[in-house]
Design a binder for this molecule. Structure first.
Ligand code: KIV
Length: 297
């Protein structure tokens, strides 16, 4: 983490790689969460399209739209003071050609004020990355397991395990580097291969399920804090069980409301007893009569 109070920049992340300082990225999808993770000191906040699964309840990231991403990225940017916020380009917002990619990446920067965009794919996305970077849009690449292609790769599987697949990943990383990506997410890549890729490219690698040899790590907020138990990936760090705490707190609140133990006087507001006395049925009728005769004015 840098020590200044200004926002982390792409140049900062490159300097961190040079110094060997680990880069910490975490997902956040709304204002309070972005504020909390920013205050905790992460370097980058990813408004990932995992939004679709952990917040919107879909089975994959594919149904997430540009409107969803813009809405949530705006909220996260409002919450973050220090971290660079990266907006994740959703399925079909860039695969249909660089012109669409340009239009949608520009929407992220102009409408949400985020600092960069992320998109999936190595060699196949390199030309699009180049066009965006030439237009002044910082781009983070994403290779290895690319969840938007989950139907093509046949599930959430570790990538690059055979020599041919490992060489392809190397080409992907180098294509992104040459196209001007400022950092590359490596998802579900064997640790020794991720370490090798990290050595071979000049830009920072950010790993998720890619071992400790990457320049940084990214985790999904809901995985790290135990708030999404539909699918817990092996690579998810678990630092708290907030889901259990939420269930417990809400169950106690429910029991207290049902029993009458909540709210107490502490949670209620007083009223002047004389004003209250005026609401006795007799007084109330007199007040209403005075009103009707216009005698209050
Ligand atoms: O969408 C996301 O949260 C991601 C991370 C898993 C890297 O792409």
């Amino acid at each position: 983490m840098t020590t200044t109070q200004t926002r982390v920049t792409t140049a900062d992340t490159r300097d961190m790689k040079t110094r060997g300082d680990k880069i910490v990225m975490m997902t956040a999808y709304d204002y309070p969460t972005a504020r909390l993770v920013d205050e905790a000191g992460v370097d980058m906040i990813l408004v990932g399209d995992t939004l679709g699964m952990v917040v919107l309840g879909y089975d994959s990231t594919l149904p997430v739209t540009m409107e969803d991403m813009i809405h949530h990225t705006k909220a996260a940017v409002r919450g973050a003071q220090h971290a660079m916020v990266v907006g994740d380009m959703p399925f079909m917002s860039y695969q249909t050609g660089w012109q669409d990619a340009m239009k949608n990446a520009a929407r992220f920067l102009q409408e949400t004020n985020c600092g960069a965009v992320k998109l999936e794919g190595g060699v196949r996305s390199a030309e699009t990355v180049r066009k965006l970077v030439e237009a002044g849009i910082p781009v983070m690449g994403h290779i290895g397991l690319t969840p938007q292609s989950v139907n093509q790769v046949g599930g959430w599987k570790v990538q690059g395990k055979t020599p041919a697949a490992a060489v392809q990943l190397m080409h992907d990383a180098q294509a992104l580097e040459q196209a001007g990506a400022f950092a590359i997410v490596l998802e579900l890549v064997p640790a020794p291969l991720a370490a090798l890729l990290t050595e071979r490219v000049s830009v920072p690698t950010i790993g998720i399920g890619a071992g400790a040899g990457c320049d940084g790590q990214v985790q999904v907020f809901h995985d790290l804090l135990g708030m999404y138990d539909k699918f817990v990936p092996k690579h998810a760090g678990r630092y708290a069980d907030i889901g259990a705490q939420i269930r417990d707190a809400v169950a106690r609140y429910t029991a207290d409301v049902k029993s009458g133990a909540f709210p107490t006087a502490k949670h209620s507001f007083k009223m002047d007893p004389e004003a209250l006395a005026e609401l006795s049925p007799r007084q109330q009728t007199a007040i209403e009569r005075r009103h009707a005769l216009g005698l209050d004015a």
